[in-house]
Design a binder for this molecule. Structure first.
Ligand code: NAD
Length: 469
């Protein structure tokens, strides 16, 4: 028995009825999402506090405000995004109309994780709605309070015939994935990403995979240690380190490490006080399972800062590890918690070699007063995104695509890129029924003379060799 069959059939019927196509419908749904955010602000902040002990400041900037901005951008831009995009033509089609039309895929699935449980549902949803799709939303079962808001409150703001929230963990999601979707947008870890891709391949369903990984952070000897420590500590310990783009480990010389350690200590004390457990500004680990996993990682190298934990509260102090080896457990998996290992390299070359022999990360960071060092790191490596002299500020720009490469994912979104991700780019050429004389050059019986003429109408020449234009 397929528990999702009725829901999916009714979404498909709605899509086929073309209800989601008019711009007015899309605008009404996006405005509904905006009202959802505004009218339930307190409930959303509460849910984030209950699930992750997320400080309201962090919830506002990383969840609510980002979603609101994406909605506003889509509302401001929808008319122009939906316009057919004219394209340059060859000589044979000069009198015709050629354009790209962005069409909705149909019934799409969004599967979200727990670490930014509002943002990672709503940001893709904005693009899916803007592009004219019907959507099945699968929030994470781990962020229970937000899952409840998604189930009980969100549907009140959206057309029930076109948008459905379904719940469940791995087993239910596996059953859900047996169904045919027209697009799947998955955010989560690499192992589950493979499961999603395998399921999608059965129906040849196109996918976006927003995955995780280990994001290197290179710190050059020529730097201001306090400045670097403030920035790295904030981005590493934000949301208790449970951020896919957080700097995962530092690469620097031993000398720079010795300058960074007291600076990191000062940053942590300044941010969270003498006892971070009592700070209202530090989150908690999502589950017991992740808490125990993280505690196990503290055995790698030597604790230079922090290291305390409290199972009852799922609290872990902002922690820095030194004397860490590449083969230590903390370097074998994405940390996804408030632990920052430092590994020593002697030079930029060694750092580049270290990074390039590992899987391509979702984000890469380089800190230096010397812009040439930052530029070299950018030139000689690859990653989903890159930021020089800061943490994940690059993802605050909706003008930049966000996504991984290789093991950190495929596809991209944010801003117009989300609209494009959820749209099929249909190539359209509208020809006239006249000019049959010109068209007859292509028909058999083939003549060498016609071939030359035909090629001159369709072939692209190198600029310097072009004789006709
Ligand atoms: P996860 O992969 O465990 O879960 C994500 C979703 O997949 C959840 O909705 C869950 O119910 C479902 N799921 C879990 N196991 C499944 C299975 N066996 N079959 C089918 N569905 C299954 O990820 P998570 O623990 O919720 O989130 C943390 C991971 O997500 C980290 O690796 C992090 O880097 C990554 N992440 C990536 C981004 C990004 O934008 N690239 C953003 C946030 C998180």
């Amino acid at each position: 028995m397929n528990p999702f069959a009725d829901t999916l059939q009714s979404l498909r019927d709605a899509f086929v009825s073309r209800k989601t196509r008019p711009v007015e419908f899309r605008i009404a749904q996006l405005e509904g999402l905006s009202r959802f955010l505004k009218e339930n602000r307190d409930a959303l902040l509460d849910a984030l506090a209950q699930d992750l002990h997320k400080p309201p400041f962090e919830s506002e900037i990383s969840e609510i405000s980002i979603c609101q901005s994406e909605i506003n951008l889509a509302l401001n831009s929808l008319h122009s995004w939906m316009k057919d995009e004219p394209v340059p033509k060859n000589l044979a089609t000069q009198l015709d109309t050629a354009f790209i039309r962005r069409e909705p895929f149909g019934v799409v699935l969004i599967i979200a994780p727990w670490n930014y449980p509002l943002n990672l549902v709503l940001v893709p949803l904005v693009g899916a709605i803007a592009a004219g799709n019907c959507v099945v939303i699968k929030p994470s079962e781990m962020s229970r309070s937000m899952e409840k808001v998604m189930r009980e409150v969100l549907p009140r703001y959206l057309d029930k015939n076109c948008f459905a929230v379904v719940l469940g963990g791995p087993q239910e999601t596996s059953t859900l994935l047996e169904n045919r979707f027209d697009y799947i947008f998955f955010t989560g870890n690499t192992t589950v990403g493979r499961i999603v891709m395998t399921a999608a391949s059965k129906h040849l369903t196109p996918i976006t995979l927003e995955l995780g990984g280990k994001n290197p952070c290179y710190v050059d000897d020529d730097c201001d240690p306090q400045n670097v420590a403030n920035r790295v500590a904030w981005f590493r310990f934000f949301n208790a380190g449970q951020t896919c783009v957080a700097p995962d480990f530092i690469l620097c010389s031993r000398e720079t490490q010795e300058r960074l350690l007291p600076a990191l200590q000062r940053a942590v004390t300044q941010f969270y006080g003498k006892d971070p457990q009592h700070s209202p500004d530090l989150g908690r680990i999502i589950s017991e399972k992740h808490f125990h996993r993280l505690r196990g990682l503290l055995g790698s190298g030597r604790v230079a800062l922090g290291g305390q934990s409290d199972e009852q509260e799922r609290y872990m102090a902002p922690t820095v590890l030194v004397d860490v080896k590449e083969t230590d457990p903390v370097m074998q998996e994405e940390i996804f918690g408030p632990i920052l290992p430092i590994l020593n390299v002697q030079s930029l070359d060694e750092a580049v070699a270290f990074i390039n022999k590992r899987e391509k990360p979702l984000a890469l960071y380089a800190f230096s007063n010397n812009s040439e060092v930052v530029r070299q790191m950018l030139e000689r490596t690859s990653s989903g995104g890159f930021c020089g002299n800061d943490g994940f500020m690059h993802m605050t720009l909706t003008t930049l695509p966000f996504g991984g490469v290789g093991n950190s994912g495929m596809g991209m979104y944010h801003g117009k890129f989300t609209f494009d991700a959820f749209s099929h780019h249909r190539s359209c050429l509208l020809r006239s029924s006249g000019l049959e004389k010109v068209n007859s050059l292509r028909y058999p019986p083939y003549a060498q003379r016609s071939l030359g003429l035909l090629l001159s109408l369709v072939e692209i020449n190198r600029k310097s060799q072009c004789t006709l234009l």
